[in-house]
Design a protein around this ligand. Sequence first.
Ligand SMILES: C[S@@+](CC[C@H](N)C(=O)[O-])C[C@H]1O[C@@H](n2cnc3c(N)ncnc32)[C@H](O)[C@@H]1O
Length: 276
Amino acid sequence: MEGQRAKLAIQDPPYNLVAFETRSIRDYVEWARSWVTTSVASLDADSSLYVWLGADQRDHFQPLPDFMLLMREFPLQARSYITVRNQRGYGTQRNWMAVRQELLYYIRGNPAFNVEAEYTDIPKTLRGYYKEVGGQLTENLERSKRDTIRAGNVWIDIQQVFYRLEENVSGCYAQKPLKSVDRIIRASSDPRDLIIDFFSHSGTTLLAAEIAGRCCYTADIDPIFCEIAIRRLEHFRASARTGWQNGHAFEKELHRTALSPHPDTDADRPTQASLI
Ligand SMILES: C[S@@+](CC[C@H](N)C(=O)[O-])C[C@H]1O[C@@H](n2cnc3c(N)ncnc32)[C@H](O)[C@@H]1O
């Protein structure tokens, strides 16, 4: 980073069953210590850190509790514990369906918190609460669109990404909605600030930073996801589209492969192109 310090880190590490099949919670926390240390070393004296994390209800809600304990080792202050509501979830007939994602917000020093970015379109959900506004009796839902309503730490207005949405990037199983990352960026950074994200995947933070006029350094351990993130940004710059809906980042290559017959095989044999 050549001495530059970031104003905002948005980290979305793998935390699901894939991580748990390969790592014990102890190893997971050790691993988390290393990237949190690097994050803190890369952050400005006045900065914010957001961490997306899961809570496995079949395993004492891990890694959330042990991760929270780990965070007490760092020179950061816990600021908010946000829950983003998913539309779809997992569960059985014998338990509450799991429809939440956890988002932890920490600060270092005294960073920006842009209150106007925090005004929200989060709808109110309960009817029947009447209040007089400007001499008129208004019902709760009527008041839900006012620009003086502040975003609480339960976000119910964010659509999970699925194949019908323009922002969908096929093959990215853990893509976060742009709207959620945009809200974080506008609340906790200023134009031209530097943002870091070590777990790029579909490049949501990179793209949200571009749209909001911020600079972003991002990485991923998997070169395929690095390539997808680069292509997603280039695709946006060329077309103003935020993803490929039910297309994908490697359409050109696969299209070419599908059209050009392999020299050793029957030229008429159809080729099925698919992205795993
Ligand atoms: C939950 S996804 C991030 C999703 C991303 N926020 C988005 O909206 O597309 C986690 C990503 O972390 C990457 N990853 C796993 N271990 C890593 C490591 N040690 N260093 C960097 N990236 C890693 C995975 O390849 C995966 O793409």
